[in-house]
Design a protein around this ligand. Structure first.
Ligand code: G3P
Length: 218
């Protein structure tokens, strides 16, 4: 399963690259605005730092605007994935980009029908928003399962990129639902690695070792 960081914070990204656990980055207009950076400079810098798909989102809402912005973003680097909203014009832009060989991430997906339409439009990734579905009292993980079933049933190759994931449990459920990728905030990335029993177990091992009076092994 691919793990993407959902952030435009370059320091937060570079701090998590050693170990090779980060497969790509997703950004959105809110995250770019929060970073305070120029979108083109920041996306280019992220693309240089990370070897993997980097989703950069358009802000236009009309077809021509989305095509123009998407092409400008795509020209920044070979690993740019053009992120488009799941609207009628967004899907039309997605189809055009698919025909041009430009990878896309269709975002703001809240239903299996929307995901089906994104797949039919030739999306590379579709991003169902688990946390926001749950915010409305819905079944975000059930949504992932439904999309997986439909894509498998009809052989769609569009990758399911679980988004709006807010806890390690969310990521585990997305993995069990058969998602191809999960995008997570840096904090959740860190939480996935930590476990209190790992910490206390290591502490006990080292305490026992120190009683031998021996130091490190080299
Ligand atoms: O990937 C989409 C994500 O940025 C949305 O997360 O927590 O704002 O719903 P959230």
């Amino acid at each position: 399963m691919q793990i993407f960081l959902d952030t435009a914070d370059l320091d937060a990204i570079t701090a998590r690259l050693p170990g090779g656990l980060v497969d790509g980055i997703t950004t959105n207009p809110s995250l770019i605005a929060q970073s305070g950076a120029d979108i083109f400079e920041r996306v280019k810098a992220i693309c240089e730092a990370v070897d993997g798909p980097i989703s950069a989102e358009v802000v236009a809402t009309d077809l021509d605007g989305m095509l123009a912005e998407g092409r400008k973003l795509r020209a920044l680097a070979d690993n740019v994935v053009v992120k488009l909203p799941l609207t009628r014009d967004g899907l039309t832009a997605c189809r055009t980009f698919a025909e041009e060989g430009t990878p896309t991430n269709v975002t703001l997906c809240f239903s299996a029908n929307q995901a089906l339409m994104a797949a039919k439009a030739g999306a590379t990734f579709v991003s169902p928003f688990v946390g926001r579905v749950e915010d409305m009292g819905g079944d975000g993980i059930g949504l992932l399962r439904d999309i997986r079933t439909i894509f498998d049933e009809y052989g769609y190759e569009t990758e399911i990129l679980a988004a709006s994931l807010r806890s390690p449990d969310h990521v585990q459920s997305a993995a069990l639902a058969g998602c191809d990728a999960a995008t997570i905030p840096p904090k959740v990335f860190d939480q996935m690695i930590k476990h209190p029993l790992t910490d206390s177990g290591l502490e006990a091992f080292l305490a026992d070792w120190s009683k031998t009076g021996r130091g490190g092994l080299v």
